[in-house]
Write a protein that binds this ligand. Structure first.
Ligand code: DGJ
Length: 545
């Protein structure tokens, strides 16, 4: 087990510190005056997650689907420690908290929150209820066995699917009721601490096997007027779903129905405890999606993001779950979910080496967080989606990135909101790319020796990635792995004389304080800034002459 020195020291010191403050007559951390609620703010088309009033970057991890039980937590924390994650996503199943109608048991949540505090991480709760990957497997038996009261989706041929209908009013009422109870309890136990910083409402909602619900209620919806919010968002004129959206009407009206359902659950939860909430998407292929129902129809796929944003204003954003290793697909998904009206949070991604580098591209897309899935030692693996086994070796490439980024997280979140962060991940087939920083350009290349100008060959394992943060005029922070970074004059100024006035290597401490180590010069800068497998953070000052 690898335990970070910082954390273990903190664990040892925390009780002493608490005693110390108590004797001084000051509030202990437990009683500390409440800080502002976590929130997502948006300005000028950019987004920032704030926790305790400060910019926060989620260096996340999601546990496996069946790890949300007290006896599994000992297998969770060592993986989280090894990963250097600052935030853990954990499912809370509806059936787990309300096994009997109207009787709630939040004891797992209590345990989870207590242990997360002990391990110095924040939490994102995942409300697995009406939808968990299309079906209601996490709903209580009294819901999933009562098809009359809680109807399932009807197919065109009249047969039923596993998915529950978003038009079931009793289903909505029951789910909302349980969610409100959860949020009330959470406010009671954590309202002054904000260990839980965000809540995902449902999981990969939508339906496989049909584009919509062909029940009478579904037919009626198709002929009903498109709500004004959707018309506004899509720029369409008034009419029924069929009239306005033609061949897409089935899927779009169904997306509205699911988003509207989740909106009502989220809004009711926020009314009792106003944490940021979001919904995640089972993606369709970005280039060859095929017909709805082949992918999870009605969920927040990239073609219906506007409908979701219109239908569910209580959600801070909708998020992609990215299980596509290919660079073109991955970065296209990042493009599509990073919008002026939608903050990018990679709510899930695969956990094998190929995915680790994408944390850098996520930052380059103004991402507020990134979270590989299945990061625990419960001996489960979702291969072929991810790694064959979760071991310290599997975790290592993700851990290296988080170890590098953790001290920079607040700075990145702050500067990203100002449009001053760029990021690149190693592509599959090409070995260099250019980033336009406005005042300067940067060429990032992969798989080069540290000395000389041999062309880039790419790294044997695609681990390269770089983040660049503007600190001041002509001053940038550069951090990453397995890449060479060459600054160049901005567009239209080719040939201009310039130099690296100063390149400092150093590190940031927990308080954001810079500690200088040395200057880079000579062989270390003549051919570019070579980021190796070691965590290195550089402050680069540029000048022209
Ligand atoms: C995406 C889902 O959201 C997760 O809960 C999980 O089922 C993964 N797919 C597959 O492991």
């Amino acid at each position: 087990m690898i335990i970070s020195a910082r954390r273990s020291l903190r664990h040892l010191l925390l009780p002493l510190l608490c005693m110390g403050v108590a004797t001084l007559g000051l509030a202990s951390p437990v009683q500390a005056a409440s800080t502002p609620l976590p929130r997502v703010v948006t300005a000028d088309g950019r987004h920032q997650l704030q926790v305790d009033g400060k910019p926060y970057l989620i260096l996340g991890a999601q546990v496996n689907n069946s790890s949300g039980w007290p006896q599994m937590l000992p297998a969770v924390w060592p993986a989280i420690e090894a990963l250097h994650a600052n935030t853990v996503q954990v499912p809370i199943g509806w059936g787990q908290v309300e096994p009997t109608r109207g009787q709630f048991d939040f004891s797992f949540l209590d345990t989870l929150v207590t242990q997360a505090r002990e391990h110095d991480v924040r939490l994102v709760l995942l409300w697995f209820a009406t939808w968990k990957n299309n079906g209601p497997n996490y709903a209580p038996s009294w819901v999933k066995l009562d098809n009359k009261r809680y109807p399932r989706v009807v197919k065109k041929d009249g047969s039923t699917l596993g998915s529950l209908s978003p038009l079931g009013t009793a289903t909505l009422e029951a789910d909302r009721n349980a969610f409100v109870a959860l949020m009330k309890h959470l406010r009671q136990i954590d309202g002054d601490r904000h260990t839980v910083i965000m809540v995902q409402v449902e999981n990969e909602s939508g339906t496989y096997g049909s584009d919509r619900d062909y029940s009478a209620a579904g037919d009626k919806l198709l002929q009903s007027p498109v709500p004004a919010a959707v018309l506004k968002k899509t720029g369409k004129s008034a009419g029924s779903w069929s009239q306005v959206f033609g061949k897409d009407a089935a899927e779009y009206s169904y997306a509205w129905a699911i988003a509207h359902y989740i909106e009502q659950v989220a809004a009711a939860g926020k009314a009792v405890y106003n944490l940021p909430m979001y919904a995640n998407a089972a993606l369709r292929d970005p280039f060859n999606p095929g017909p709805p129902g082949g992918y999870s129809s009605g969920g927040p796929t990239d073609n219906v993001i506007d409908i979701w944003r219109a239908a569910a204003p209580s959600l801070a954003f909708v998020s992609p779950d990215i299980y596509m290793r290919e660079y073109k697909k991955y970065t296209t998904v990042l493009d599509r979910y990073s919008r002026p009206h939608n903050a990018l949070f990679v709510a899930e991604t695969g956990n094998d080496t190929a995915y680790a580098r994408y944390v850098f591209a996520t930052l380059g897309h103004q991402g507020i967080g990134f979270s590989p899935f299945g990061m625990d030692y419960t001996k489960y693996s979702n291969w072929p989606l991810g790694a064959k086994a979760i071991t310290p070796e599997t975790i290592q490439p993700f851990a290296a990135n988080y170890e590098l980024l953790a001290p920079l997280a607040g700075l990145i979140a702050k500067q990203s909101f100002e449009g001053k962060v760029w990021g690149a991940s190693e592509p599959d087939d090409t070995h260099e790319e250019a980033l336009d920083l406005g005042d300067w350009r940067v060429q990032v290349s992969y798989g080069r020796p540290q000395f000389g100008m041999d062309p880039p060959k790419g790294n044997e394992q695609k681990l390269g990635g770089v983040v660049i943060v503007q600190l001041a005029d002509n001053e940038y922070l550069v951090a990453g792995y397995h890449a060479r970074v060459n600054f160049m004059p901005p567009k239209g100024h080719d040939g201009q004389h310039f130099l690296l006035e100063k390149v400092q290597e150093g590190r940031y401490d927990e308080n954001g304080q810079w500690h200088f180590i040395r200057e880079w010069n000579g062989d270390q800068t003549d051919y570019g800034l070579n980021l190796t497998s070691q965590p290195q953070v550089l402050r680069v000052k540029l000048a022209t002459y």
